[in-house]
Design a protein around this ligand. Structure first.
Ligand code: GLU
Length: 458
């Protein structure tokens, strides 16, 4: 026992089945594994548990890869190189169980030869030990798994089905064994499988890895989180324009917490702090409001460059390719949105108008603020803006105010139509800054467009 303490490099893995869905619980499992590997200077492997050929599709695998890449969880090894690349950025791997059939066949033959497994009605069954199995779990503590009444009658279990398919328990253990996994960090729902896994390891003559079963994620009301619950799919956060750094930070807090109850802890810092015994034993509750808040906090402190990068990605999801515009224009446009946006999908309101030839109008605003606007006022405003020099936020503001005074109207009578004409909506970034960025030509074009529209009811 004493000698087994010699430091072994930590090797952990995330082993999802490709179901076409990456649950945030799964993403958190991946994250905890990744954190532990990075904390200890070990290796993080990605293994796709795709023995169920019927459910397997390339798209389902892509969902997993997209989610992990988005969170910044790079994996270290893969079957192509068999070792970590210098880059280690996920250019290699992942491992696929579907490519490892020969390993499984050899291991089953090995068990059969030694009488540790036997054939039964065309299937192969594993001879499960009759004694209780002790699971020393790093999170849950020591768990003694007694046989259930049914198992007492027949504790043996199928490892290869009669159609030749090896089952989950078998392939999961063979892979962990052959990949040298030192710590199995996974959801608590697998605790009930672990006695079987430990028994299989021992049958192969190998000590099992250490286990750390992470408590489940519950909804805020304490109910079990299912696939249909809002926020359950990791990809929904990409689609809704969350910042990956905020989501990663939030996932860290689901079952782990740094000293002092801090909430905003960037992933790079968590790497230094994370350790398995600190994983909380009680179930974590998923609080979407808190994630929204955290996302807003991350955007507030985000560098302008990072903001522009994520904003441009969100615009691309709306079909707007900002790379087709001049870089200085894109920068200035996105900078006007930075103080307003709390979630990147809001660039739809705060920045999309900079890049559209034909604005997408908010119908209500179009009707009440624009088409109903007094055309004489709009014409005056247009003519005043045509003369503003130099064209910037300050001078255009002065011009709009002067025009309102000259016409004897409230400033709102000009500002509202101007805003809707230029941006399509009554909400948006600071109007005068938006005008400055849009430039005189675009602003006048947009006002001219309004003047060409028929007056309703006229
Ligand atoms: N494929 C299993 C799952 O997705 C892996 C469990 C494990 O991590 O051992 O639940």
């Amino acid at each position: 026992m004493a000698n087994s303490q010699t430091e072994k490099q930590v090797r952990v893995r995330f082993a999802p089945s490709p179901t076409g869905f990456l649950h945030i619980g799964g993403a958190r499992t991946a994250l905890f594994n990744w954190l532990y590997a990075r904390h200890t200077g070990g290796k993080f492997l990605l293994r796709i548990e795709d023995t169920d050929a019927a459910r397997n599709t390339q798209e389902a695998v892509e969902v997993i890869l997209t989610g992990l890449r988005w969170l910044g969880l790079d994996w270290d090894e893969g079957p192509l190189t068999g070792d970590a690349t210098a880059a280690g950025k996920g250019e290699c791997g992942p491992y696929f169980q579907s490519q490892r059939g020969e390993n499984y066949r050899q291991r089953v033959a090995w068990l059969l030869e030694r009488g540790l497994a036997y054939e039964h009605e065309g299937a192969v069954k594993f001879r499960m030990p009759r004694e209780p199995v002790i699971i020393p779990d790093l999170v849950v503590g020591k768990v003694t798994r007694e046989l259930t009444d049914r198992e007492r009658l027949d504790p043996d279990f199928v490892i290869v089905r009669s159609d030749g398919q090896p089952v989950f328990h078998l392939v999961n253990v063979i892979d962990d064994l052959e990949m040298g996994i030192t710590h199995v960090i996974r959801g608590e729902d697998h605790l009930s499988n672990t006695a079987k896994h430990i028994a299989l390891f021992r049958a192969f003559g190998v000590e099992p890895p250490q286990y750390a079963h992470i408590p489940l994620i519950l909804n805020i009301d304490g109910s079990k989180m299912s696939k249909r619950d809002k926020g359950a799919s990791l990809l929904s956060y990409i689609e809704e324009g969350f910042a990956p750094e905020a989501v990663a930070n939030y996932l860290c807090l689901l079952g782990w917490s740094p000293k002092g109850n801090r909430e905003m802890v960037p992933l790079a810092e968590v790497v230094g702090l994370f350790d398995l015994p600190q994983i909380l034993r009680h179930n974590a509750r998923f609080d979407l409001n808190k994630l929204h808040w955290l996302n807003g906090e991350y955007i507030k402190v985000m560098s302008p460059e990072r903001f522009r990068e994520l904003a441009a990605q969100a615009l691309l999801r709306l079909g707007i390719d900002t790379s087709r515009f001049e870089a200085g224009y894109v920068r200035a446009a996105l900078d006007t949105a930075k103080q307003k946006v709390k979630q990147f999908n809001e660039v739809k309101h705060f920045a999309a108008f900079y890049f559209r030839d034909n604005l997408e109008f908010d119908n209500e605003a179009l009707r009440t603020e624009l088409l109903a606007a007094d055309r004489k006022l709009v014409t005056k405003l247009r003519d005043a803006l045509a003369l503003v020099a130099p064209w910037d936020a300050k001078t255009s503001e002065t011009a709009v105010k002067a025009t309102a005074t000259e016409l004897g109207v409230k400033i709102g009578a000009l500002v509202h139509p101007l805003r809707v004409a230029c941006s399509g909506s009554t909400v948006g970034p600071s109007l005068y800054h938006a005008l400055e960025v849009l430039g005189r030509e675009r602003v006048l074009q947009r006002l001219d467009w309004v003047l060409q529209q028929p007056v309703p009811g006229a």
